[in-house]
Design a protein around this ligand. Sequence first.
Ligand code: AMP
Ligand code: GLY
Length: 430
Amino acid sequence: MKSKANVLLLGSGGREHALAWKISQSPLLGKLYIAPGNPGTAQHGQNVNLSPLDFERVKMFCVDNDIHLVVVGPEEPLVKGLHDSFLSDERARHIPVIGPQQKGAMLEGSKDFAKAFMDRHNIPTARYQSFTVETFVKAKEFLSSLNPPYVLKADGLAAGKGVVIVPTFEEACQNLEEFFAGKFGEASQKVVIEEYLQGIELSVFVLTDGSTYRILPEAKDYKRVGEGDTGPNTGGMGAVSPVPFATSDFMKKVEEKIIKPTIDGLRVEAIPYKGFIFIGLMNVDGEPYVIEYNVRMGDPETEVVMPRISSDLLELLLACAQSRLSEVPISFSPNTATTVIAVSGGYPGTYEKGKVVGLPKTFPADSILFHAGTSLVQDKLVTSGGRVFACSAVGSDLNDALNKSYQLANSITFEGIYFRRDIGKDLSNR
Ligand code: AMP
Ligand code: GLY
């Protein structure tokens, strides 16, 4: 390979802007392309009008543009087999992809697969059983053996909406009926019912080449739209890293009881895996339990994880692709990073797009504005999604970082702008 690597990054959200921002800082980078990208990613590379789900065009672009590495942001292309499509194509086989093949992507693509994998490898997770419409009666029996609240999960990908947690047995049964009746189409033909875990959530990120792994900075995500963690679930309204309750003792348990058995399990089962693993876990009285695996980085967590990585991310990704991650250490900044998500009024329900955005002339020191749902229309920056910006900042402590994130959020204007004012407050009071 030439000394400089040309990279194609797939995706278009705040996560991809943060990845592009970090990758573009590498002296190893040749050209960076982002498909389809957004006006934020265009500050760090060249956006390409290409859908990550159009595998043929993605591969042809890579061949025609001498791409040395493909980095996949979202899960859908992986679950649908983008990596396998590269491997089975003579023209594209030599181009490494960061993100697992379809088999490994099932850790996110099928909750039943993920739960059975955890069972096989003694990885702590909530007790569960899986059901289909044929076993509806058994599903009700299992529900009645659990204590409320009840947790039901559509087996397949459901755009982050496939989990319901309800307080009564009756509601659980009704949701079960709706799932089987096709509430999430194919994704809810199978349903995982599991024990409710009481605790506090943490997002842990690992980069692996299939044998070695590197643990990235952990983060806490704020999922509900309303202050005090109220209202409907969203893609994420803010994030903080590091997380005070992720002490070195706790993280040791995460590594020994979850990360190592996960990587070993993949190897033992001959599931090839090069890429990120995002472990959503619950801290239950100091013990970690896996809630879910994702086969990608988190959003908005990436917008606080990237600013805390001091190492060269591209060097790590290239080493991962070449199965020599063991040669490249990772180091973090001891500082705190925070992000506050500015969303369109009405999100996560219906909202209007196309609102003209006003940005300040200068940004606060140590702040980074990541674009999520923006686009350029006749040279004007307008809103084009529910989550519009991630207002990230780095500070010497949590309050310092939060002050800068909020200063940035307060300096942005568009009609209907909303953001939570309490990101990180639960942690600064602990
Ligand atoms: P998931 O899509 O699996 O991340 O689930 C969405 C959210 O539901 C999680 O972030 C948790 O807040 C919650 N959740 C999922 N499973 C459980 C569980 N077994 N106990 C308590 N909360 C859960
Ligand atoms: N922030 C949660 C996710 O990316 O799924």
